[in-house]
Design a protein around this ligand. Structure first.
Ligand SMILES: [Zn+2]
Length: 123
């Protein structure tokens, strides 16, 4: 019995048929993050000064703004469902937790989704 030499294109496949180095497109990871991560839980863990939310609807107090030297909680608001954020003092704003991570940590979109996916166990 002879073994056929593996063709170049197939050598990249492992036994499950997935390329070992396969990475989903960042926008697909982003979609999975938005489905899996509750924005309120995210901001509660990322912003230590954020008060425990009394409700999980609409715009709620997000604690001290991480984008400027903030001493007044109440400037930084987050949207419980969408995860968008807005600061009345420095006007930092963004549509979701991915934009928040990009802005706060100075990451690209891809870096932000990979960071979030890793730290929140999203696959
Ligand atoms: Zn601010």
């Amino acid at each position: 019995m002879t073994t056929k030499p593996a063709r170049g294109g197939l050598r990249a496949l492992n036994s499950t048929g997935w390329r070992p180095n396969y990475k989903p497109a960042p926008r697909l990871i982003a979609r999975a993050i938005k489905e899996a991560v509750d924005p309120v839980s995210f901001y509660t863990s990322e912003i230590p000064s954020m008060p425990a939310p009394k409700r999980r609807a609409g715009w709620i107090d997000g604690g001290l703004c991480p984008f400027h030297t903030d001493s007044h909680t109440g400037n930084f608001r987050i949207h419980a469902a969408a995860g968008s954020f807005y600061c009345f003092a420095c006007e930092a704003r963004g549509p979701d937790i991915i934009a928040f991570t990009m802005a706060r940590d100075g990451l690209s979109f891809r870096e932000a989704v990979e960071t979030l996916a890793a730290s929140w166990g999203v696959r």
